[in-house]
Design a protein around this ligand. Structure first.
Ligand SMILES: *Cc1c(COP(=O)(O)O)cnc(C)c1O
Length: 226
């Protein structure tokens, strides 16, 4: 259960994150309103999430469809204007569930998923905002399409009638992220995609300076997971 102290520390953490985003935007000469903070609430329960909703935050992210199905319908009953983003890998057989629940999907990364999403769109009038996830460091065993496959995947999405809003990445661990953020920004520009989902707790200020329109922040808002 959230205690009064939790509420205070959540509010303080949120203020600190918002300040950091504002600082990054200012350094880059960007408007802070062009950056959306997505609070990544994976592995945190409703009691941990409610204080942030009470602080006025409305944009949240999860990495698993099933986990999100378990906690968000009830939270949304109390706060209908919540915007929910899926930032984790999506199995094609969960595409319909994801389209039903999420307002944005950041992990479009392969032709079979494009097909499954197009099929899911046909069955409903829901149209979540879509991001293509790029494996920006071309790492083995990492989610996202290889940067070399991006043009083909974007073309398939267009053919299937899916509008892609932007690109998403998780840069390699343990190295400076800025070159990877810059590369993602360059790819988005080349393909005339306006949205850039990049930056996590350790690097979101840098991401904002590199042009992020969506930062995905978990630990800095909620504390360590589990
Ligand atoms: C968990 C997760 C985040 C948030 O990570 P933190 O380091 O806790 O801020 C962001 N993006 C994705 C894809 C994640 O899985």
């Amino acid at each position: 259960m959230a205690t009064g102290d939790d509420q205070t520390s959540q509010a303080a953490r949120l203020a600190a994150v918002q300040e950091t985003i504002a600082r990054g935007a200012k350094k880059a000469g960007r408007d802070v309103d062009d950056v959306t903070l997505i609070a990544i609430s994976k592995m945190h329960d409703a009691a941990a999430i409610r204080p942030l909703i009470a602080e006025g935050l409305r944009v949240f992210g999860e990495n698993r469809v099933q986990e999100a199905q378990g906690k968000w319908p009830e939270l949304r009953e109390d706060t209908p204007d919540i915007e929910l983003h899926l930032v984790g890998q999506l199995q094609s057989n969960k595409a319909e569930d994801a389209v039903a629940l999420f307002d944005a999907i950041h992990s479009v990364d392969r032709p079979s998923l494009v097909k499954a999403l197009a099929k899911a769109f046909d069955k409903t009038d829901r149209r979540p905002t879509l991001f293509v996830q790029v494996n920006i460091g071309d790492e083995e065993q990492k989610g996202g399409c290889a940067s070399g496959d991006l043009p083909d995947l974007l073309e398939r999405a267009e053919t299937a009638g899916l509008e892609i809003a932007g690109l998403m990445c998780v840069p390699p661990l343990g190295v400076a992220p800025a070159p990877y953020f810059a590369l993602l920004a360059k790819l988005a520009k080349r393909h005339e995609l306006p949205a850039l989902s990049m930056g996590m707790s350790g690097d979101y200020e840098t991401a904002v300076m590199c042009g992020a329109t969506h930062v995905r922040v978990g630990t800095a808002l909620f504390g360590a997971r589990g």
